[in-house]
Write a new protein. Structure first.
Length: 68
């Protein structure tokens, strides 16, 4: 695996966006991701879509296995 540089790739930012929904990112990870998001419209849209998807899944009514 490559050592992360100052400027993360879109692939790395996608990973960080996803992981950031399940765990707290380190300060360095957050800074690198946010810097990238300020200049990359595609990754900014991806981040917004992931937030929207997470919100939709939280509202989705799941059936309990016992009710089936």
């Amino acid at each position: 695996m490559e050592k992360p540089g100052l400027k993360p790739t879109c692939r790395e930012v996608h990973r960080l966006v996803s992981e950031g929904m399940d765990r707290k990112l380190s300060l360095v990870e957050r800074i690198r991701m946010r810097l990238h998001l300020t200049v990359c419209d595609a990754c900014t849209r991806f981040s917004g879509q992931m937030v929207l998807l997470r919100q939709a899944m939280r509202r989705f009514p799941f059936d309990d296995e016992e009710k089936r």
